[in-house]
Design a protein around this ligand. Sequence first.
Ligand SMILES: C[S@@+](CC[C@H](N)C(=O)[O-])C[C@H]1O[C@@H](n2cnc3c(N)ncnc32)[C@H](O)[C@@H]1O
Length: 311
Amino acid sequence: MTTLNTRLATRSLLHPAGETKLSVDAGEQRVAPFVKWAGGKTSLLPHLFPHVPLRLSNYFEPFLGGGALFFGICSRTTSFNAHLSDTNNELVKAYSVIKESPEELIPLLSNFQSEYDSEVDKSAYFYRKREWRPTDPIESAARLIFLNKTCYNGLYRVNSKGEFNVPFGRYKKPRIVNSESIRSASHALAVTKAELRTTSYKDALASCRAGDFVYLDPPYQPPSKTSSFTDYTPDGFSEKDQEELAEEFVKLVDRGCTVLLSNSDTALTRKLYRDFDTKKVTANRPINSVGAGRKGYKELIVLGRLRHNLS
Ligand SMILES: C[S@@+](CC[C@H](N)C(=O)[O-])C[C@H]1O[C@@H](n2cnc3c(N)ncnc32)[C@H](O)[C@@H]1O
């Protein structure tokens, strides 16, 4: 749904000083994430777009997840080179398949869709796919996407052996295959010459240079112990990781990169980025371990410019 905020934010990206970049209807998402991801930023896009430079050369997103901002930008322009990474190897490999082999992936997913739709015991079908260990990258990507669309809340969680262990989601009619969405995501990844890597954010940021744009969206700093949702990978993301990330943030700013970060608005994140220009925004978080906390979550957006530089 197009909100006033979306329209205003989009306009500021598309028409600064009368410049029209692309003839995209305000708020339209022609390219969207192909997975639903914990901490996905689709609902935050109107707050993020105004801070994305108009002219991009190199775009770095080292906590990729569903890539809501990357795909959001691609709905408006694809004239940049993308450097996308995440520590989740299965996810990064699925991106590579989307980029390189969409026409092989789509029939496989269509097949899963018809099998699932005609299956009486959908839960059993889900658990069979969860147990399946394909070695072929296209089959692995299809499995990941299938599980993402049919598991509980579209979560990604693994056990100590690295095995996906989210239970069945009980959706009435999940859309397992969306050919249009896969093709547009594939096109976006191809034309931005997306470099896709499974690596830690620190390693990914080592090659950032002055003028590059970096978007950092780490696993949330939990506001309280009970709402912890930092176990995206077996490693999780600790308070110490948040502190180290804040140090990396400063280094990137010093190097002359344009940096944008989003995180939950907590005492720790406010303290870590106190020298920078921050904005508190309220957004719907689609996936959260505490049901009651889904609506109206407080997010902190941090801009890589010093507070005292603001007029
Ligand atoms: C909040 S999610 C990103 C969501 C994404 N912005 C979206 O719109 O869907 C954080 C991501 O960081 C990844 N991650 C966790 N620890 C990491 C690390 N040390 N380096 C790089 N990525 C990491 C997780 O696998 C997860 O996909």
